[in-house]
Design a protein around this ligand. Structure first.
Ligand SMILES: [Zn+2]
Ligand SMILES: [Zn+2]
Length: 139
Protein backbone atom coordinates (compact mmCIF):
# COMPACT_ATOMS: atom_id res chain seq x y z
CA UNK A 1 0.00 0.00 0.00
CA UNK A 2 1.06 3.53 -0.64
CA UNK A 3 1.80 5.77 2.26
CA UNK A 4 -0.94 8.23 3.03
CA UNK A 5 -0.46 11.41 1.05
CA UNK A 6 -0.89 14.91 2.32
CA UNK A 7 -2.99 17.47 0.52
CA UNK A 8 -0.67 20.15 -0.85
CA UNK A 9 -3.32 22.85 -0.48
CA UNK A 10 -4.70 22.31 3.01
CA UNK A 11 -2.29 19.75 4.57
CA UNK A 12 -5.08 17.30 5.35
CA UNK A 13 -4.38 13.59 4.90
CA UNK A 14 -5.72 12.38 1.58
CA UNK A 15 -7.82 9.24 1.36
CA UNK A 16 -7.37 6.68 -1.40
CA UNK A 17 -10.55 6.06 -3.35
CA UNK A 18 -11.11 3.31 -5.86
CA UNK A 19 -12.98 4.61 -8.89
CA UNK A 20 -13.72 1.85 -11.38
CA UNK A 21 -10.37 0.17 -10.60
CA UNK A 22 -8.43 3.41 -10.67
CA UNK A 23 -7.01 4.39 -7.30
CA UNK A 24 -6.99 8.12 -6.76
CA UNK A 25 -6.30 10.20 -3.65
CA UNK A 26 -9.00 12.53 -2.44
CA UNK A 27 -8.72 15.25 0.16
CA UNK A 28 -11.82 15.01 2.36
CA UNK A 29 -11.20 18.53 3.63
CA UNK A 30 -10.90 20.71 0.54
CA UNK A 31 -11.93 18.37 -2.26
CA UNK A 32 -8.51 18.27 -3.87
CA UNK A 33 -7.63 15.30 -6.05
CA UNK A 34 -4.23 13.70 -6.59
CA UNK A 35 -3.70 11.59 -9.69
CA UNK A 36 -0.60 9.56 -10.35
CA UNK A 37 0.83 9.50 -13.85
CA UNK A 38 -1.74 8.35 -16.38
CA UNK A 39 -4.60 8.20 -13.89
CA UNK A 40 -6.26 11.23 -15.40
CA UNK A 41 -6.24 9.43 -18.73
CA UNK A 42 -7.79 6.37 -17.10
CA UNK A 43 -10.48 8.56 -15.57
CA UNK A 44 -11.18 10.24 -18.89
CA UNK A 45 -12.09 6.85 -20.34
CA UNK A 46 -14.81 6.32 -17.75
CA UNK A 47 -18.37 7.26 -18.41
CA UNK A 48 -20.01 10.16 -16.66
CA UNK A 49 -21.93 7.69 -14.54
CA UNK A 50 -18.75 5.91 -13.47
CA UNK A 51 -17.35 9.21 -12.27
CA UNK A 52 -20.45 10.31 -10.42
CA UNK A 53 -19.40 8.70 -7.14
CA UNK A 54 -16.04 10.42 -7.20
CA UNK A 55 -17.68 13.69 -8.15
CA UNK A 56 -20.03 13.31 -5.19
CA UNK A 57 -17.15 12.63 -2.80
CA UNK A 58 -15.30 15.70 -4.05
CA UNK A 59 -18.35 17.89 -3.77
CA UNK A 60 -19.04 16.70 -0.24
CA UNK A 61 -15.65 17.75 1.06
CA UNK A 62 -16.16 19.63 4.29
CA UNK A 63 -14.55 22.97 3.77
CA UNK A 64 -17.08 25.07 1.97
CA UNK A 65 -15.84 28.05 0.10
CA UNK A 66 -12.20 27.01 0.48
CA UNK A 67 -10.13 28.93 -2.00
CA UNK A 68 -7.08 26.85 -2.81
CA UNK A 69 -3.93 28.92 -3.24
CA UNK A 70 -2.74 29.08 -6.84
CA UNK A 71 0.84 28.50 -5.88
CA UNK A 72 2.14 26.12 -3.26
CA UNK A 73 5.58 25.52 -1.86
CA UNK A 74 4.82 21.92 -0.94
CA UNK A 75 6.74 19.13 -2.63
CA UNK A 76 4.98 16.40 -4.60
CA UNK A 77 2.83 14.31 -2.23
CA UNK A 78 3.85 11.14 -4.06
CA UNK A 79 7.60 11.45 -4.64
CA UNK A 80 8.66 14.73 -2.96
CA UNK A 81 9.65 16.06 -6.36
CA UNK A 82 9.17 19.63 -7.47
CA UNK A 83 5.65 20.72 -8.31
CA UNK A 84 5.03 23.27 -10.99
CA UNK A 85 1.87 24.94 -12.11
CA UNK A 86 0.52 23.89 -15.46
CA UNK A 87 -2.03 25.94 -17.33
CA UNK A 88 -4.81 23.89 -18.84
CA UNK A 89 -7.09 26.25 -20.65
CA UNK A 90 -8.93 28.21 -17.97
CA UNK A 91 -7.54 26.28 -15.01
CA UNK A 92 -4.26 25.82 -13.21
CA UNK A 93 -3.19 22.39 -12.06
CA UNK A 94 -0.12 21.30 -10.15
CA UNK A 95 2.11 18.95 -12.05
CA UNK A 96 5.05 17.00 -10.60
CA UNK A 97 8.13 17.40 -12.74
CA UNK A 98 9.52 14.11 -11.43
CA UNK A 99 6.67 11.60 -11.47
CA UNK A 100 4.14 13.37 -13.74
CA UNK A 101 1.45 13.25 -11.08
CA UNK A 102 -1.29 15.87 -11.16
CA UNK A 103 -3.09 17.72 -8.40
CA UNK A 104 -6.51 19.09 -9.21
CA UNK A 105 -8.42 21.52 -7.06
CA UNK A 106 -12.04 20.87 -6.23
CA UNK A 107 -14.10 21.16 -9.38
CA UNK A 108 -11.16 20.88 -11.75
CA UNK A 109 -11.57 17.21 -12.55
CA UNK A 110 -14.36 17.65 -15.05
CA UNK A 111 -12.60 20.56 -16.70
CA UNK A 112 -9.37 18.59 -16.99
CA UNK A 113 -11.14 15.59 -18.48
CA UNK A 114 -12.92 17.86 -20.94
CA UNK A 115 -9.61 19.35 -22.05
CA UNK A 116 -8.04 15.92 -22.28
CA UNK A 117 -10.88 14.72 -24.50
CA UNK A 118 -10.57 17.79 -26.69
CA UNK A 119 -6.86 17.17 -27.07
CA UNK A 120 -7.55 13.72 -28.43
CA UNK A 121 -6.87 11.77 -25.25
CA UNK A 122 -3.21 12.65 -25.31
CA UNK A 123 -1.85 12.85 -21.80
CA UNK A 124 1.35 13.93 -23.49
CA UNK A 125 -0.41 17.16 -24.34
CA UNK A 126 -1.01 17.93 -20.71
CA UNK A 127 2.52 16.97 -19.72
CA UNK A 128 3.96 18.97 -22.61
CA UNK A 129 1.91 21.98 -21.53
CA UNK A 130 3.14 21.49 -18.00
CA UNK A 131 6.75 21.28 -19.12
CA UNK A 132 6.39 24.46 -21.11
CA UNK A 133 5.32 26.16 -17.95
CA UNK A 134 8.27 24.75 -16.03
CA UNK A 135 10.88 25.84 -18.52
CA UNK A 136 9.45 29.27 -19.02
CA UNK A 137 9.05 29.74 -15.29
CA UNK A 138 5.92 31.79 -15.64
CA UNK A 139 2.31 31.35 -14.75
ZN1 LIG B 1 -7.04 19.56 0.92
ZN1 LIG C 1 6.06 13.39 -7.89
Amino acid sequence: MDQARTCIKCKHTMIPQLVQKVEVDVCPNCGGLWLDKDEIRELSKKSDKDLSDLRKILQQSEKKGFKPPTTVKEPCPACSGKLSVAVLGPIFVEHCTSCDGLYLDKGEMDETIKILKMSGDKIATIVALAKTVVTSGTI
